[in-house]
Each structure stands twice: as C-alpha cells, then as structure tokens.
Design a protein around this ligand. Structure first.
Ligand SMILES: [Zn+2]
Length: 452
C-alpha cells in the first residue's frame, strides 16, 4: 500500500483485509503502538501521516513508514507500508518475510495524564486487532503491546493490556464463525477460570453512566483472582452476541472449572408468554437492542445454563433490577453531580410487550421444558420488590461486591459473601442484595472449584 496514503472506514479495512493478496505470507501477531507525537492536539489528518512517513524514511532511514496502518482520533484507519512487508515495530520482534506481525499506530499520547483512548478510536483499534487475528486464525493473546517488547511505555501507560485483551476476546466472540475456526480452538487447561463481564451504558432511549465501569471493575478483580475475562459492552452487547458469549462460556467448561457471568445494565419484566412463571412475569436482562423486542428472558438463560457440565461452579453477579413487582419506577433521569441515584430498570411499555411477543414468534415455537434444579449461584443487586441503583461511578452492588472480592475471599462461602455484602450496605439500605442458589450451594466456597 504505497503512497498516497488512504483513509479507510472499518468496513473498508475489513474488506481490503479479506481480499489482500498475502499469498503464502503469514501474519503471526498484532503489535499495538501509540504515536506519542503527534498527540490528539497535534493531529492534522493526511499531513500528519505524510510527516510521519518523511520522518521514518528521511531521518530513521527506513524503507517506508514503519506501520501497516494508523488509527486516527476519529477512528479512521490510514494505510501505511504494504501489509506483506516486515514492519519496523520492535527490534528482534519484526519477524521474517515468511511470517511477521501486523503493526499499527494509534495517533495520540496515551501515557497517564495525556490523551484518552476511548470512543471511535478505541473501537477501531479493537476492530483492527480482532479482524487481523480472525483473518489469520490467531488467538487473542497474539496481541502484543510495544512495552512488552521494549522498555518504552508505548502504547501508553494509561492502557491496561488485560483490559484491551478482554475487549478483543469479547469482539472475537461476536464475530461470525469461520469454517476453519473450530479446528483452531485452543487445548483446554485443567481447572480453567473464565468470566464473561457485560456492561451497557449506551441504550439509545435510556442511557446509564456507570455500567461499563462496573464491567471493567469486576473484570479487573476477577483477573487478580486468576480468571481469564471476556468483556462485552454497549453496542456489542446485543441479544445475539450475549447468547453466543454465554454459550461459549458454558459449553467450553469441564468439571472443576469456575465460571462467572457478570451483568450491569437495565433489567425489566414482561408478561410471561408460555405460562411457566407463577407470578405471570418473566424477569429480563435488557441487551443493547432490547427495544426491538430482543430481550434476554430468564427462560433463555435457564436454557443455556442447562448445558452446564456437572462439577462446574458457575456464579452470576447481576447488578440490575429484576422483579415483576416493580411498577413504580421508570428509567431514572440522568444523574446530576448532586448524587441523584439512577435506577437500572426499564418500564416495559405496551409497545415493548408487543415487540417482545413478535420477537419470540420469530424465534419459533416456545418450547416448554421441565424446570431443572438450579445449578448456578446467583448474587443479585436487590430483592424483587426493590430497585438497583447506580451512583457516583458504579452500581451500588458492584462497588461493594468488588471491594469484598479484593479484600480477600479465601475460605469464604457463598452465604458468608452474601452476609458481607449485606453488611456493606449498612443499617438502612435502599436495596438488599440477594443470594439465590440450591440449599447445598450456600456452604460451598465462593469462586472455588467443586470438590471431587
Ligand atoms: Zn511503539
């Protein structure tokens, strides 16, 4: 891709990547960098790309601009050196003509206290990593930060490798399957600890502010406890993607594994369409696209959990309202800085009920399956008659739950964790977190493999 440099959308990049004549050459990794200079304030579009090219060729004496693509602050992807040529990424890590990394630069200085990697630029970076990995069937861990290969801070001290990696995993999980993908699955390691962390803020009609921060908070705490986490947020958290990610979490598990499903976002209830709920309502998680009727109802989750292999410990942390008895609350207004609390609850309108009924029809016959005994352990943010709140950066439940995880959980049972969360809400709580599980599971250790 010689000069002139071209600006591509994500869709154009995806197409060019599919069609690019790589021949027998293989991409073996994806290297992430930031430019440092220009930073966001110095970015001048194509002129900046040209200036980088001049610097790399005239001063550094490289054959071409160092990187294969450059991602600008608006999330556009600029072409760079040909994708079949070895990059100038990091000494000793640039590969060979037969197999080399794909290198990209992000315009900005992402060291702490400077630019922030967010919005469309972060989105494009995750897309580039996921698409290149998918094209060459590489594992998510084939992503490398420059600072893992040198003493530089690049791609910036504000970026956490584990967090970016978790977002790449989430994106990979939502990409359509390739035929050869199944064959490339990684061998299973004993007693795996895997978590799916979901947070949704950007509901088109009822945005929240703190749910994505909750997902990142849980993910970080779980990583410290040895979990490999997958983060799915905002517009990636559609019903289809959540079903796929949950199925992936469950079906890959083996006896002795420990799994976590964490959700922060809106909940609601809708009238039960197949008559299996005593109170006539289904409890619902609201995916990003819920307004189309694409609800994730308790029956859907129960169906997925039915595939849980014996001997697997699955624990859910659900920070939303989930009750059929809440009728007084609609979604709260945006939080002002005065500490107003926002309810994580959508009131199901007649229109949503209709869209839901229509959506279920498109899914086909409503299957009636005998209720299975509860095998998961469910920590919920509040009782059925209550509202789950977010306030000041996090959900009230997530903030306390994660703090307790971080304080140490060695030897702590599920019931004891429940007691500690309740204590953390103080003597006059606005919401009472609840624990729902089979009686025998109360005395089991929190997030530990099942014995035997
Ligand atoms: Zn770098």
């Amino acid at each position: 891709m010689p000069r002139p440099f071209r600006r591509l959308s994500i869709e154009q990049f995806a197409r060019e990547l599919e069609e690019y004549p790589f021949g027998a050459r293989r991409i073996s990794a994806v290297h992430m960098h930031h430019t440092f200079h220009p930073d966001h304030s110095e970015w001048r579009g194509e002129r900046s790309i040209e200036a980088m090219w001049r610097f790399h060729t005239a001063v550094r004496k490289w054959s071409d601009i160092a990187q294969h693509v450059t991602i600008d602050p608006q999330g556009s992807i600029w072409t760079g050196r040909p994708w079949i040529s070895v990059p100038a990424s990091a000494a000793g890590h640039n590969g060979t003509a037969a197999a080399h990394p794909f290198m990209f630069e992000m315009i900005g200085n992402f060291d702490i206290g400077h630019d922030r990697l967010a919005g469309p630029q972060l989105h494009a970076a995750i897309e580039v990593v996921a698409l290149v990995q998918e094209r060459f069937q590489l594992p998510p861990e084939s992503l490398r930060f420059h600072n893992q290969m040198s003493s530089k801070t690049c791609p910036g001290s504000s970026l956490s490798y584990e967090e970016i990696l978790a977002q790449v995993r989430g994106r990979r999980a939502s990409l359509p399957d390739r035929p050869e993908r199944a064959a490339a699955s990684v061998p299973h390691t004993p007693s795996a600890r895997s978590a799916l962390c979901v947070g949704i803020n950007t509901y088109p009609d009822a945005p929240l502010e703190d749910a994505v921060a909750d997902a990142l908070l849980w993910s970080r705490a779980l990583q410290r406890l040895g979990f490999q986490t997958t983060i799915v947020t905002n517009c990636d958290a559609t019903r289809a993607n959540l079903v796929r990610a949950l199925e992936q979490l469950i079906t890959g598990a083996r006896p002795g594994d420990v799994l976590v499903f964490q959700y922060a976002g809106h909940g609601t209830t809708v009238r039960d369409l197949d008559g299996d709920e005593l109170d006539g309502y289904d409890e619902v998680i609201c995916p990003y696209d819920y307004a189309t009727g694409a609800l994730l109802i308790d029956d859907d989750i129960a169906r997925i959990f039915r595939a849980l292999p014996d001997g697997v410990n699955l624990t859910c942390f659900i920070d939303c309202c989930h009750s059929g008895t809440i009728t007084r609350f609609a979604a709260g207004p945006p939080t002002a800085s005065n500490g107003f609390r926002r309810a994580r609850f959508i009131r199901a309108t007649a229109g949503l009920e209709r869209a839901h009924a229509e959506f279920r029809r498109t899914l086909g016959a409503l299957s009636r399956e005998a209720p299975a005994p509860m095998r998961e352990v469910l920590f919920a943010a509040c009782r059925p008659e209550e509202v789950a709140y977010e306030n000041g950066g996090h959900g009230e439940f997530s903030r306390r739950g994660v703090a307790l995880l971080e304080a140490g959980i060695a030897g702590v049972t599920n019931a004891e964790f429940q007691r500690r969360v309740t204590v953390a809400f103080g003597p006059r709580p606005l919401q009472h977190p609840s624990l729902d599980c089979a009686p025998a599971a109360r005395s089991r250790r929190l997030l530990e493999p099942h014995a035997g």
